[in-house]
Design a protein around this ligand. Structure first.
Ligand code: IPE
Ligand code: IPE
Ligand code: MG
Length: 224
């Protein structure tokens, strides 16, 4: 059976779900947050150590202002209301991406990371203002600045995902088969699951089914 430490998820389909059932994209984002909570619990039950969630891409700034500000108000409320709960559950929160939000959000993110930094049960990597291409450019620039040599091992050390093992599983909900600038380096050998369901409709049963399927995949890594 394949070992499992790290699941990454492109949580796509909130807007379509919201429009379909509530006539509002933002209602879809709200419902998507409830799925996040379900999947955190399911990850703990599956003894997963790293859960990486794509919440906001470097390209998502191109959305209408009202949607962007709604997303950040959801994030703010979530952290304010749930960070103690996450901490009590021994969950660590780490942000991957460039933290150039409002002062208020930046501070809240840093405090949440700091508060939970010693926790060991599960690490949630929240990808916010994350883009894989900008991450790679930043990594190469830092290597050059430090006059370090460009090797695979070194490059990994300069990514936001430093010290985090590559995901064994990537799930993308929302019925689109693309990576949308997510973890291009880290997914080199990841098993990818494209899920038709929209993120708010995704549940623990769907998650467990994917994990079960993953466990029996013959992973070759170039060998036979
Ligand atoms: C993903 O859902 C969540 C974010 C990008 C914040 P979408 O908002 O992209 O939902 P669809 O793809 O438009 O349905
Ligand atoms: C990817 O979804 C980003 C997140 C889930 C945060 P998008 O909805 O932004 O992706 P595209 O634009 O359809 O590829
Ligand atoms: Mg989308």
């Amino acid at each position: 059976m394949n070992p499992l430490n790290h699941v990454a998820i492109i949580m796509d389909g909130n807007g379509r779900w919201g429009l379909k059932y509530k006539n509002s994209r933002n209602e879809g984002h709200k419902a998507g947050l409830r799925t996040v909570e379900k999947i955190i619990r399911a990850s703990i039950r599956n003894n997963i150590k790293f859960l990486t969630l794509f919440a906001f891409s470097t390209e998502n700034w191109k959305r209408p202002k009202n949607e962007v500000s709604f997303l950040f108000s959801l994030l703010e409320n979530f952290l304010k209301n749930k960070i103690n709960d996450l901490h009590d559950k021994n969950i660590r929160l780490k942000i991957i991406g460039i933290k150039n939000f409002s002062k208020k959000i930046n501070k809240l993110l840093s405090l949440s990371e700091k508060k939970t930094s010693k926790n060991t049960r599960l690490q949630i990597n929240l990808a916010l203002n994350y883009g894989s291409k900008s991450e790679l450019v930043y990594a190469f620039k830092s290597i050059l600045k430090n006059k370090d040599s460009i090797t695979e091992k070194n490059l990994s050390k300069y990514l936001f995902t430093k010290n985090i093992p590559d995901p064994e599983i990537l799930i993308r909900t929302g019925d689109k088969k693309r990576l949308s600038n997510f973890l291009l380096w880290q997914l080199a050998y990841t098993e990818i699951f494209f899920e038709k369901k929209l993120w708010p409709a995704f549940n623990e049963k769907d998650f467990n089914k994917i994990i079960k399927e993953y466990k029996f995949i013959k992973r070759n890594f170039g060998k036979i």
